[in-house]
Ligand binder design. Structure first.
Ligand code: NAD
Ligand code: UDP
Ligand code: UDP
Length: 314
């Protein structure tokens, strides 16, 4: 109904997760403003949405101020793959920190709810397994991953200080490894790398011995979790882990990808990058209790859904 539509800002909306989120928000009857500087995202990711009169795409860098009238903000702007966030590490910290300050300043001025796309990287190379939200993490503050990990940790600090100091309604989601269609095919993340390598018949590059673990969440499940978190009342701030507790070694992932693509690729081992976390699995008790949310798409099913998208690049 006119006048009752919510005006929702999605920063980083032309990226992988952001484009799926914009789609869902439009389908739910909102006006969506997607703000992106196209560093890792593309217009192609939101091309079908450009036909929709309730969708608006704006090229803007969130490290600069932004004056708008909106009701809700999903702050996703930030490169997410290690290859991309380590390309210009100073800019990565700026995006996380200055971007958060600007979105919090905007939310404060217009009294909007604001959700931060935080990350399991705040737990670093975790000494506690699986990771509950109470765990403070184990992050190397001066290593090559720190621009992202510490940037995201500082963003969380800012969110909670704006909440305490300015009574802002905040929501902090700690997102664990997410995959699906519209991941950048060359962004260096493990799922996109393995699928692209398998489809091209190239060697599958496992870093280290492949015994390190990750927990992979299909993007549709993740977006559902973010929408539910935003819909909670003012007392719910998070942080809340959103991820799939199914835990796999990189060797297991490689085998699944080879089987599902029918590839003849073989596995090669390359050096493990510095500070690469040994293990990662979300404790999602809080998400289950507070949001009534849990993932519904197991890894093999999600991979089978994602593979056709990557075939388009071969
Ligand atoms: P992505 O790289 O596809 O999306 C990030 C988007 O932000 C891109 O469209 C990029 O162009 C945009 N962006 C980057 N810098 C910007 C700037 N200065 N101003 C405006 N836009 C800018 O990555 P993604 O996987 O969709 O991640 C989205 C968010 O979720 C990120 O904040 C990321 O840290 C977080 N996250 C993702 C994962 C995951 O596994 N995908 C896990 C944890 C957290
Ligand atoms: N800001 C913005 N849009 C707004 C309001 C503020 O981008 O609608 C930015 C502004 O540039 C400021 C930052 O958000 O630097 C933090 O705002 P806040 O009001 O918290 O701080 P102050 O302006 O007092 O520094
Ligand atoms: N990885 C790998 N081969 C690749 C890309 C990544 O073995 O081609 C490993 C990487 O070392 C890490 C895991 O896969 O242990 C997940 O890496 P990704 O970059 O996807 O995410 P993150 O390390 O941020 O969880």
């Amino acid at each position: 109904m006119p006048g009752l539509r919510k005006r929702v800002l999605v920063t980083g909306g032309a990226g992988f997760i952001g484009s799926h989120l914009c789609e869902r928000l439009l389908a739910a009857g909102n006006d969506v403003l997607c703000v992106d500087n196209f560093f890792t995202g593309t217009r192609d990711n939101v091309l079908p949405l450009l036909q929709n009169p309730h969708f608006e795409l704006m090229r803007h860098d969130v490290t600069f101020p932004l004056y708008l009238e909106i009701d809700e903000i999903y702050n996703l702007a930030c490169p997410a793959s290690p290859v991309h966030y380590q390309f210009d590490p100073v800019q990565t910290t700026k995006v996380s920190v200055h971007g958060a300050i600007n979105m919090l300043g905007l939310a404060k001025r217009v009294k909007a709810k604001v959700l931060q796309a935080s990350t399991s990287e705040v737990y670093g190379d975790p000494a506690v397994h699986p990771q509950p939200e109470e765990y403070w993490g184990n992050v190397n503050p001066i290593g090559p991953r720190a621009c992202y990990d510490e940037g995201k940790r500082c963003a969380e600090t800012l969110f909670f200080d704006y909440h305490r100091q300015h009574k802002l309604e905040i929501k902090v989601a700690r997102i664990f490894n997410t995959y699906g269609p519209r991941m950048h095919p060359n962004d260096g993340r493990v799922v996109s790398n393995f699928i692209m390598q398998a489809l091209k018949g190239e060697p599958i590059t496992i870093y280290g011995d492949g015994s390190q673990t990750r927990s992979f969440c299909y993007v549709d499940d993740l977006v559902e979790g973010l929408l539910r978190l935003m819909a909670t009342g003012p007392d719910i701030t998070g942080p809340i882990n959103i991820g799939n507790p199914g835990e796999f070694t990189m060797l297991e992932l490689a085998e699944k990808v080879i089987r599902l693509t029918g590839s003849s690729s073989r596995i090669v081992h390359l050096p493990l990058p510095q500070d690469d976390p040994r293990q990662r699995r979300p404790d999602i008790t809080r998400a289950k209790n507070v949001l009534g949310w849990q993932p519904t798409i197991p890894l093999e099913e999600g991979l089978a859904r994602a593979i056709p998208y990557f075939r388009g690049f071969i």
